[in-house]
Ligand binder design. Structure first.
Ligand SMILES: *Cc1c(COP(=O)(O)O)cnc(C)c1O
Length: 425
């Protein structure tokens, strides 16, 4: 399915957030994208539906494969990313699982940055591992380590724009060059930066995946994900025969065609139309929200960094962070809304979390509200010490997803909770 956008070429990112994709309903003129809450689409004849089914005529057949509300979201995300197309998914995990299903097979390897989202580590090690896919983790700063790890069976190189929870910023352009020299696509998870801070395709990424459940949605109301093809990779050179075979048929859309027609059809990780509506609505306010998330996070990181009872803080936007320079270079100095910090002991970390009054204790990130969690005893609790330490997870770590509240209220809440934790210990 393709559709023409109503957005003129060359529009800015903030404008595309609001106007990208087909934003007016062609039949009623409704200014909001209608929710096409339907499973299937009726046709007048056997002949007509057969043509659509075979892709010989435009149209929708079944919402697992395509839906007009979801397509509007896909178009807007592709335009925001400067990509050639997008497939929306039921979750961020579905986006990563679908992408890797297309790129690897039994005997393949994934070369991944260490210190990434816990669910992704589990997917790579547990589920894909069970199908005979091996993942080699490389420390995100060890750019040359990526070159050493890539071999003839590598199906994909994977990294996050900012690794969570260690908050490291890999050298994406250099790693992209290394992956391309070996003929391997670079898959980048841009969830925590969103297209506002960086378009990974501009720095060599071939496939960008998002959990739209986070900043795109922005309000913690729906789970979703997306896969964007940036157009950088020459799929005629793909190591996957099935994708190569599609190049003569659909050209540079081969990877997305494979996603939609095979992976999506077979695995069923489709986005729900109502959730796609929530994501479109979230995108419209992503610009001002992201600015506040980043501003509040920088202020909170600075406050914690200067606090005598806080031994350490990870935030790539702090001038003394080893990733400050790369944050300037790749993200224009905006370092996102996540901060991790230590309180010295697990008891103090728990004491701090329990004393919070405003911030919520929750597993997600990217909500308008400030959220905190203790990663070692939750998201990372099932991983071994080696993976935890390579991920930068320590017993005293607290992760904060900084919200868009008044900064003074966030700071006051943290100040009293740190005092409480310090007094107890
Ligand atoms: C949450 C998250 C995911 C998984 O997304 P879901 O929508 O929860 O499935 C993947 N990557 C990152 C960086 C995330 O924060």
């Amino acid at each position: 399915m393709t559709t023409t956008s109503n957005a003129a070429p060359g529009l800015g990112t903030q404008t595309l957030l609001v106007h990208g994709g087909p934003s007016c309903d062609p039949t009623t003129g409704a200014t909001a994208v209608p929710i096409y809450q339907t499973t299937a689409y009726a046709y007048k004849s056997a002949q007509e539906i057969a043509e659509v089914f075979r892709g010989e005529a435009p149209g929708y057949v079944y919402t697992r494969v395509a839906n007009p509300t979801t397509l509007a979201l896909e178009c807007r995300l592709a335009e925001l990313e400067g990509g050639i197309g997008c497939v929306a998914t039921s979750s961020g995990m579905a986006a990563i699982a679908s992408t890797m299903t297309a790129l690897v097979r039994t005997g393949s390897e994934i070369v991944s940055a260490a210190g990434i989202f816990g669910g992704t580590i589990s997917l790579f090690c547990n589920t894909l591992g069970r199908f005979g896919v091996k993942t080699v983790f490389v420390d995100a700063e060890d750019t040359d380590g990526f070159r050493d790890a890539i071999g003839p069976d590598t199906g994909a190189v994977f990294l996050e724009t900012i690794g969570n929870p260690r908050m490291d910023v890999p050298d994406m352009p250099a790693i992209a060059e290394i992956a391309h020299a070996a003929g391997v696509p670079l898959v980048v998870d841009g969830t925590v930066t969103t297209p506002l801070l960086v378009k990974p395709g501009d720095h060599g990424a071939d496939v960008v995946i998002y959990s739209t459940s986070k900043y795109v949605n922005g309000h913690g109301t729906a789970i979703g994900g997306a896969i964007v093809d940036t157009g950088n990779f020459d799929w005629s050179q793909s190591r996957v025969e099935d994708i190569r075979d599609l190049v003569p048929v659909v050209g540079r859309m081969a990877f997305l065609k494979y996603q939609r027609s095979i992976v999506h059809r077979d695995l069923g990780g489709c986005a729900s139309p109502t959730n796609s509506f929530y994501m479109l609505q979230g995108l419209e306010s992503l610009g001002p929200r992201m600015e506040r998330h980043c501003g509040n996070a920088l202020a909170l990181a600075g406050y914690l960094d200067a606090h005598p009872d806080v031994p350490w803080v990870n935030y790539p936007g702090l001038a003394d962070s080893p990733f400050f320079g790369r944050t300037e270079e790749l993200f224009g100095g905006q370092a996102g809304g996540l901060v991790t910090f230590g309180l010295g002991t697990i008891e103090r970390a728990y004491g701090f979390i329990d004393a919070l009054r405003l911030a919520k204790v929750a597993a997600n990130i990217g909500d308008a509200k400030t959220l905190v969690i203790h990663p070692a005893s939750t998201i990372f609790s099932e991983f071994g010490d080696d993976l935890c330490s390579r991920s930068g997870v320590t017993d005293d770590m607290v992760r904060v997803s900084v919200g868009i509240e008044d900064f003074d209220d966030i700071r006051n809440d943290f100040a009293q909770a740190i005092d409480t934790a310090t007094e107890m210990a």
